[in-house]
Design a protein around this ligand. Structure first.
Ligand code: AR6
Ligand code: MG
Length: 367
């Protein structure tokens, strides 16, 4: 039996696209802010109820509390958005300065240790060669953290109609801090997933398996490029088809009927860690699984179900929820995100402005 086609839109109304820009960046912010309090946790069955109540409260318009603060995920995303809106041509020196300035302005946003070292080196070398410091990390292996993927959303939106440029810019923007092939390809997979979600009709249901197959096809090409430049004599250390293999796991897990113990397998086989390899496919899985009901999550809202499910897996909750939220928001648009939930997040209004500026920079002011 063949899988049904993905319902994508060849031509999209301007208002729909604008709403998707907003949904994607807001989705990323909400995942980051609301996921952060659970970072590093192991989630038990009982904790799932706590998380259910937590999101119930956040969606309650009468609930007042100090806002949930954002972490490095959003701090770095801000710089990526500015890099695209402020200059017509990609300027990586400009982007690296934005990253560094943002870090030194507010260093306590939960940055990884590797990126902190890179920022110091960039500043100390006066941005002479902005790609060099990252390439020297981990004895030349480069970082495979999910830091490239967590901030890539503005690039996927801006180049939603130019796949080649999207891959090129996402790759270079990642390499300012993460040069390991797993870190770079993880960011590319996240960008590809967002771009595909943008193209999907928000009023039509996505077939999760089909979405996964589409991602697999794209990753096969992306990972093949790496293979060509590799020394073919070299032993395959498991990185060559890493994301294709992970997407096969995603597809298999999606075919399983959901039960309350499936999460253990998800964590074991996909991961919930800080490496791109153990988090980007997980975020994609969260989005695709949450398109349908999940027994212990009481909501009809697909966006909320996505981030609540991501947080329920524990581990690097802010970043996995941030990435899953960006994909869900890119598919559904801002209209489908609960306003009370959004308002609980620091920087909520600014992120919407940021999305509008990015949209205007891309589509022109009249659109
Ligand atoms: N070899 C060994 N360890 C590595 C390697 C490697 N090649 N690459 C990464 N690590 P970093 P990120 C480990 O600093 O990706 C924050 O909470 C190493 O322990 O590049 O920007 C963010 O919000 C290193 O310190 O950070 C993300 O959720 C760590 O991975 C998460 O951390 C993080 O790599 C990753 O952010
Ligand atoms: Mg994080």
């Amino acid at each position: 039996m063949s899988t049904p086609k993905l319902i994508t839109m060849a031509k999209m109304e301007a208002s729909v696209l604008k709403n998707k820009f907003r949904g994607c960046l807001l989705g990323s912010l909400i995942g980051d802010c609301t996921g952060a309090p659970f970072e590093g946790d192991t989630i038990s069955h009982g904790d799932r109820l706590v998380i259910q109540r937590y999101y119930d409260k956040l969606e309650d318009p009468t609930f007042t509390a100090p806002y949930k603060t954002y972490t490095d995920d959003t701090a770095m995303m801000k710089s990526v958005a500015k890099f695209l809106t402020d200059k017509p041509e990609p300027d990586y020196k400009f982007l690296s300065r934005l990253f560094v300035n943002e870090f030194f302005k507010e260093p306590r946003r939960g940055y990884g240790q590797n990126v902190i070292d890179v920022f110091h080196k960039l500043r100390n070398t006066k941005y002479e060669n902005v790609f060099k410091p990252a390439s020297e990390q981990f004895m030349g292996a480069g970082s495979y953290g999910n830091g490239g993927a967590m901030r890539v959303a503005p690039i996927a939106l801006y180049f939603h109609d130019n796949y080649k440029m999207m891959l090129e810019v996402a790759s270079n923007a990642t390499k300012l801090t993460h040069t390991n092939v797993l870190g770079v390809n993880g960011a590319l997979l996240q960008a590809v997933a967002i771009q595909l979600a943008v193209k999907c009709d928000p009023y039509a249901k996505i077939d999760p398996e089909r979405f996964c197959i589409e991602l697999f096809r794209r990753m096969r090409k992306i990972e093949r490029v790496e293979e060509d430049v590799d020394d073919m004599e070299e032993e395959d250390d498991g990185t060559r088809e890493a994301y294709q293999n992970k997407l096969r796991v995603v597809e298999n897990l999606l075919q399983r009927k959901h039960d309350n113990d499936l999460e253990e397998e998800v964590i074991m086989n996909l991961g919930n860690g800080i490496s791109a390899y153990e988090s980007v496919p997980t975020a994609i899985y969260c989005f695709l699984r949450a398109l349908n009901e999940i027994s212990y999550i009481q909501t009809d809202n697909v966006f909320r179900r996505t981030i609540q499910y991501a947080v329920s897996l524990g581990g690097d909750t802010d970043t996995i929820a941030c990435m899953a939220g960006a994909i869900a928001g890119a598919y559904l648009g801002e209209n489908c995100i609960n306003t009370s939930l959004a308002k609980q997040c620091e920087y909520y209004k600014e992120v919407l402005e940021m999305a509008d500026n990015l949209y205007v920079a891309k589509e022109g002011p009249g659109n």
